[in-house]
Design a protein around this ligand. Sequence first.
Ligand code: CA
Length: 341
Amino acid sequence: MISTSINYERQGKQQGYLRVPYSYNLAGWANLMIPITVINNGPGPTVLALAGNHGDEYQGQIALMKLARELTPEMVSGRLIMIPSMNLPAAKAGTRLSPVDGMNLNRAFPGKPEGPVTGMIADYLTRVLFPLADVVMDMHAGGRGLLFYPCSTMHLVSDLKQRNAMIDAALAWNTDFVFVGIEIAGSGLLPVEAENQGKIVITTELGGGESIPAEVHALIQSGLRNVLTHCGVLKGQPKTRQQLGKPDSILVASLHEHDYLLAPESGIFETHVSLGKRVEAGELIGSIHFLERPDREPLRIEAQSGGFLLATRAPCLTQQGDCVGVISEEVDAQSIRSKTF
Ligand code: CA
């Protein structure tokens, strides 16, 4: 049901739209128009670079819009397909979920060709764009809800060749941490669909909240170019952390449910530990205060495992069940590269 003026086989640079049929009360024959840029230049890999899966994660959208403007065909080897704001209605509203149908694009895969809108976007990615790609990049951040220590992220796929290619790409972001995670909140994720199609999947959690520091923008914009160079779709030599005068990235994993701390009660969350700091199991990482019962002792949120605090809640106002902390333990590269978990 989604149409486009883009010809994915044509050489050169094209700027166009994915047109998603969408009716509302003031326009029966309307389309949602999702911007897409495709640059095709001779032989090489196809990389599908995506942001705005969640509309309130701005830094990847900005980085991809800038890149799409700046690149010329001569800078590319192969094909680079860029969609800066995949979930355009959510991006316009600055929300995680689409205001059009209430859906979370990152829970909508493989998608539904008959709609609603979010299901149609997922379906087009699953059936049209993923099969074109060798590499699928989905840039995330913590959005309004979570503050993430800026890191590249990945799942431990069972195919070791695919997994090792994903680890190498994750390292090319040159972030302080490479985070290996599990999904604790449902199914239907974009990266999982792309992984199941055998793609090299590259994901991030580059910061969070609604105020993005300059250094986070700089990190994602330089990291994005470096990863695309690493993948061979941009010409040039990728830079290593060593060349940048930085220590090696630390590989960390949160592979157990107890690594993800959820608020047992609603209240006002106070954090006690800076992001990226190491904590021991049992250490106090936050407190929940009770507006209606200031006489009551705040609820203690303690780390259930030792490791680095990689994410914490962004808004203080917290509902029961919200994630208020993610603890991630250092893992050695060899086991992550070769072991079954
Ligand atoms: Ca996200």
